[in-house]
Design a protein around this ligand. Structure first.
Ligand SMILES: Cc1cc2nc3c(=O)[nH]c(=O)nc-3n(C[C@H](O)[C@H](O)[C@H](O)COP(=O)(O)OP(=O)(O)OC[C@H]3O[C@@H](n4cnc5c(N)ncnc54)[C@H](O)[C@@H]3O)c2cc1C
Length: 433
């Protein structure tokens, strides 16, 4: 049965999660002429800030830990900061806050993102000198520790954040070890071949990169400060600071048992950004965007994805804002953004469009790997699905267009400035996508 109240223009929109997606939605709502109440609830005490610099310029103190995102003066937001949303009544259209307040809503956007996955053994995770990095408070703890010149920093996890952290450490002249269980770093996003290339770059910069290795135990000294890690193979590595960089956990626990479809992969929503109930029908008036959302990506044959990238948080939030004001489905638009991300580390500028992790094949399409300036293309079922540039982003827009139009793989062959292309296995095969 259609929900008659969803056709009424909203007079109060509540956003749970006051970060990049939350702010992007708020800005878009006002741009679209929404003039009703707009409430942003955030459990952190800060106005929305930018996270990417926290693992880059902030650690080397080229930027302060205050990376507040710019916002227009006239947003007219009722800010509820430093207080968590703790439940939703889907029938009454009411959200409950941890301080006992309750707010009625006509539309609700859930943008509660993710948090850093902690070290799984709580007694070891609480040792002095074992840190994670997700937010501004984490950076506030980490910056002085790094500035105090620890003898060795040990990073558990060689994903993007772990490698960016290692890059900062080397820039600061610190000895650093990465312990990564995969055969290459950043394999989940880059695949085997590019990951192997990155391993070479990382080692050339003086990082002690331990691949195929796992931390078994974290040890403290007599004063209770971190002293070493014990690897599964029995090797012991002494260190004074440990950064756990094991990826992210989605902030959905507060929604469990309320009728919404949640899992470790996030809050399920449809391509219109509408949050789904357990029976997969849209929850009236409830939308989701950003890192917390688990949604069908048109460019990925409609397979469900979670995308933890800055660009998607902005675009999905803007689409959710549009659809929150659209009235009914006939006015709504599909979120069909092609995911992209960037990283800077070890003097390299890495950019990617599309989701490479479901690729079967790859090829170097421009530049040369030896010259550390190239563009790789990724294909699946004969189609080009992603392109990744290393210090050569100028080629990316052309490849983005080809991916969007579903070009064959490889997309451009025989151009005068191209290397001879050789298709290779993409190296994601054993990854559960
Ligand atoms: C260190 C770091 C570096 C990164 N670098 C890059 C990069 O180089 N390139 C790139 O593309 N992306 C990068 N990202 C990813 C990018 O920052 C995220 O995709 C983006 O922040 C997602 O925004 P979001 O608003 O969806 O979620 P988040 O930024 O996670 O915000 C969610 C907010 O909701 C709050 N919240 C959680 N639960 C509740 C609750 N119950 N009630 C109220 N509030 C709640 C959280 O505390 C948080 O403030 C990086 C992320 C990190 C952490």
């Amino acid at each position: 049965m259609a929900d008659p109240s969803s056709f009424a223009p909203p007079s109060r929109i509540v956003v749970a999660g006051a970060s990049l997606a939350g702010l992007s939605a708020a800005k878009r709502l006002r741009q679209l002429g929404y003039s009703g109440d707009l409430v942003l609830i955030g459990d952190e005490p800060y106005p929305p800030y930018d996270r990417p610099p926290l693992s880059k310029q902030v650690l080397t103190r080229r930027l302060s830990t205050d990376t507040t995102l710019p916002q227009p003066r006239d947003l007219d937001i009722d800010w509820r900061l430093g207080v968590a949303a703790r439940g939703v009544d889907l029938t009454a259209r009411r959200i409950d806050l941890a301080n006992g307040d309750a707010l009625d809503y006509d539309r609700l956007l859930i943008a509660t993102g993710t948090r850093a996955r902690p070290w799984p053994k709580p007694d070891e995770a609480s040792i002095d000198g074992v840190l994670t990095l997700r937010g501004r408070d984490d950076a506030d703890r980490l910056v002085p520790r790094l500035a105090a010149s620890p003898g060795r920093v040990l990073i558990i996890g060689g994903g993007f954040i772990g490698c960016e952290l290692a890059s900062c450490c080397r820039e600061m002249g610190l000895a650093v070890t990465i312990v990564e269980s995969e055969r290459v770093p950043m394999r989940r996003a880059l695949g085997e071949r590019i990951g192997a290339f990155m391993a070479g770059v990382i080692r050339d910069h003086g990082v002690d990169l331990r691949l195929g290795a796992m931390v078994e135990r974290i040890e403290a000294d007599n004063a209770g400060a971190v002293a070493a890690v014990m690897l599964k193979d029995g090797k012991r590595i002494g260190c004074d600071l440990i950064i756990v960089a094991l990826g992210a956990v989605r902030n959905v626990e507060w929604l469990e048992g309320l009728g919404l479809l949640t899992s470790a992969r996030g809050l399920r929503c449809d391509a219109f950004c509408r949050a789904l109930r357990a029976n997969e029908s849209p929850a009236p008036g409830v939308f989701a965007a950003g890192d917390v959302a688990h949604w069908p990506l048109v460019a990925n044959d409609g397979h469900l994805v979670t995308v933890e990238h800055w660009g998607n948080a902005v675009e999905q939030a803007r689409m959710a804002a549009h659809n929150m004001l659209a009235g009914d489905i006939t006015g709504m638009r599909i979120h069909q953004h092609l995911p992209d991300f960037w990283s800077s580390q070890f003097g390299l500028n890495i950019k990617c469009v599309g989701l490479a992790d479901s690729a079967e094949e790859m090829a170097i399409a421009q530049g040369s790997v030896e010259g550390r300036r190239f563009l790789a293309v990724f294909g699946r079922k004969g189609r080009t699905i992603a392109a990744l540039s290393i210090n050569s982003a100028r080629w990316l827009p052309a490849y983005r267009a080809l991916i969007e139009e579903g070009a064959p793989f490889p997309p451009i062959e025989g151009a005068v400035d191209q290397p001879r292309m050789r298709k290779e296995a993409a190296g994601f095969a054993s990854i559960d996508t």
